[in-house]
Design a protein. Structure first.
Length: 117
């Protein structure tokens, strides 16, 4: 009897955990993985394994870099560039150059995610 109750409870928890809501791109729950372009034409791609690329507007070369989630309370991701692991901050579909600007809600760099087919 105890085994049946335990298995039923376990099955219920697993079913509920697999039916989570869909979150918008750029949210901590939905992840940051994807391709986006900022308002200046710079292209970013964040991939699995915390790998990333940046291609600046007007430049043919693609820079291999990394990204990471940062400070759980801020629910943001950081993108490394120029040997600085906190060069860009990505939060709520906006890109910031400074942590202070992100926290204060100062003007951000607008981005647009590519739709995945």
């Amino acid at each position: 009897m105890k085994k049946t109750i335990l298995l039923t409870l376990l099955a219920t928890v697993m079913a509920l955990a697999s039916c989570g809501p869909e979150f918008p791109k750029g949210s901590m729950q939905g992840g940051y993985i994807g391709k986006f372009t900022d308002e200046f034409g710079n292209k970013f791609e964040l991939r699995d394994g915390n790998k990333a690329t940046i291609q600046f507007s007007g430049v043919d070369s693609v820079i291999q870099t990394q990204w990471a989630t940062d400070d759980v309370n801020d629910s943001c991701a950081t993108i490394a560039f120029n040997m600085d692991p906190h060069y860009y901050y990505l939060k709520d579909g906006k890109l910031f150059r400074r942590h202070e600007d992100m926290k204060a809600g100062h003007p951000a760099i607008n981005i647009e995610y590519e739709d995945e087919d």
